[in-house]
Write a protein that binds this ligand. Structure first.
Ligand code: NDP
Length: 451
């Protein structure tokens, strides 16, 4: 065998797993056909966060007058933002490659295909490995409609030749909401067309409605319960036709309609690796596939399509095979943020999930105007919410919409992971004045919602 572990895909999950395995003394190889760092570094979390910062400046400039700054008249250059993003992504590509090198992981370049359970073909070269880890990620999917070729996905959104004046966004998930805020902040007219009743399916219902209201205040338009049927191109203007016979004029159409596992052309069948009903690789709690020496992690398995989840799953595989033993992630306690403006932070169960599992739950909720906006002139509000199990007093979920929600919820995720009770939240002193302090000052139970 050439390697104890051979990893296919050098995204966040693959890189983390390979380095951890090498730390345990395994001979490790990794192969990548694109840029090192995968979706998160190259066309996901990192460029998205940079673009979100850029979008937020428009609010800052506007609100500065409320604090005595006068005549702030900025001009925005899309090309400069794209160039700044390119520089940071290139830097991170180098950092990741350096980490593989210094971590004693051999990097191969090319397209990998399984030939059997221990053999991989990398552009005509044969590699033999005792264990294989599949970490090939996912790709954006586009609905099959007439004129789909006039739209783009989040892959291209970061490199558009110019900033469109009007954008229609199809979908209501993470990508749709984040790009709605990015484009709107950069001055684009944005309409979000989503097929469900509300955006961000699976999030707490209060969070969903609260965020929708906040985004509406920023002039983001929503078309709920509508699907895009056809896109036509008239001169330089696109017409987006919905199933309610509405026609929306746009200069760009972003498809944010979910992601599918990259299972194609991998030779999975030759190695006996089976897919599940979602067309993702089927794995057990140890991330083991239907072939015992082959493992799969991250978006390819479609458990939670989040970078830190892929990293944790990858490290657990390395620990299982070469270290102290694996561990199973608690997928109920995966914190996440939606970097809309304002952002959402969430950890644990939504009120709806908690009710479905525990029956009656206690809910504590506060909606307030952040101090900054008493002077800024903005009418943006924030929401904090705790969901508590009355039987044990344990906090089952913490949710926030408001400035720095991701930063705040990261801290609360520690508390929830440690099993904190509402009494322990109450016993925690506040930091004043902050928005985060609301979480330790929630005293009044919300009235139960009408069924
Ligand atoms: P999501 O699964 O979050 O959302 C997909 C959206 O598209 C949903 O609103 C869905 O509607 C809708 N949709 C799906 N198919 C169609 C269709 N054929 N026609 C119309 N609408 C459709 O996917 P995203 O692409 O937004 O993001 C992919 C994943 O990447 C996320 O789930 C998340 O895990 C991850 N991500 C995480 C981020 C973060 O952590 N901040 C940022 C970006 C992505 P419906 O609800 O009705 O199914």
């Amino acid at each position: 065998m050439d390697f104890d572990l051979f990893v296919i895909g050098a995204g966040s999950g693959g890189v983390a797993a390979s380095r951890r395995a090498a730390v345990h003394g395994a001979r490790v190889g990794i192969v990548e056909m694109g840029r090192i760092g995968g979706t998160c570094v190259n066309r996901g979390c990192i460029p998205k966060k940079l673009f979100t910062y850029a979008a937020h400046y428009s609010e800052d400039f506007r609100e500065a007058a409320g604090f005595g700054w006068q005549e702030v008249q900025p001009k925005f250059a899309w090309r400069d933002l794209v160039a700044a993003k390119d520089r940071e992504v290139a830097r991170l590509n180098q950092v990741y490659e350096g980490l593989l090198h210094s971590g004693n992981v051999q990097l191969l370049r090319g397209r990998a295909r399984l030939r059997d359970a221990n053999t991989i073909d990398v552009d005509g070269e044969t590699v033999r490995a005792k264990h294989i880890l599949l970490a090939t990620g996912s790709h954006a999917v586009v609905p099959e409609i007439e004129g789909e070729e006039f739209g783009f996905t989040s892959d291209a959104a970061f490199d558009l030749p110019q900033l469109p004046k009007r954008v229609v966004i199809v979908g209501g998930g993470y990508v749709a909401v984040e790009f709605a805020s990015i484009f709107r902040g950069l001055g684009v007219a944005v309409t979000v067309v989503h097929r469900a009743d509300g955006i961000l399916r699976g999030f707490d219902d209060d969070v969903r409605t609260f965020l929708t209201d906040e985004l509406r205040k920023k002039d983001i338009a929503f078309r709920a319960r509508q699907s895009v049927k056809r896109i036509t191109n008239k001169g330089s203007t696109l017409q987006v036709h919905t199933d309610t016979n509405e026609s929306l004029a746009a200069d760009g159409v972003l498809f944010a309609t979910g992601r599918a596992a990259n299972t194609g052309d991998l030779g999975l069948d030759l190695a006996g690796v089976r897919l599940n009903e979602n067309r993702a690789v089927q794995v057990d709690a140890d991330s083991r596939t239907s072939t015992p020496n082959i493992f799969a992690i991250g978006d390819l398995t479609n458990r939670k399509q989040l970078t830190p989840v892929a990293i944790a799953e990858g490290r657990a595989v390395a620990d299982l095979l070469f270290g102290p033993g694996g561990r199973h992630l608690n997928y109920d306690l995966v914190p996440s943020a939606v970097f809309s403006l304002p952002p959402v932070g969430t950890v644990g169960l939504s009120e709806e999930q908690a009710r479905a599992r525990f029956g009656a739950v206690d809910v504590y909720r506060s909606s307030f105007r952040p101090l900054r906006h008493t002077a800024s002139g903005s009418d943006e509000r924030a929401l904090t919410k705790l969901v508590v199990d009355p039987a044990t007093d344990r906090v089952l979920g913490a949710h926030m919409v408001g400035p720095e929600a991701g930063e705040i919820i990261q801290g609360l995720a520690v508390a929830l992971t440690a099993g904190a009770t509402k009494a322990q939240f109450d016993a925690t002193l506040a930091i004043h004045p902050t928005a985060a302090e609301e979480f330790v000052l929630l005293r009044t139970k919300a009235a139960p919602k009408a069924a």
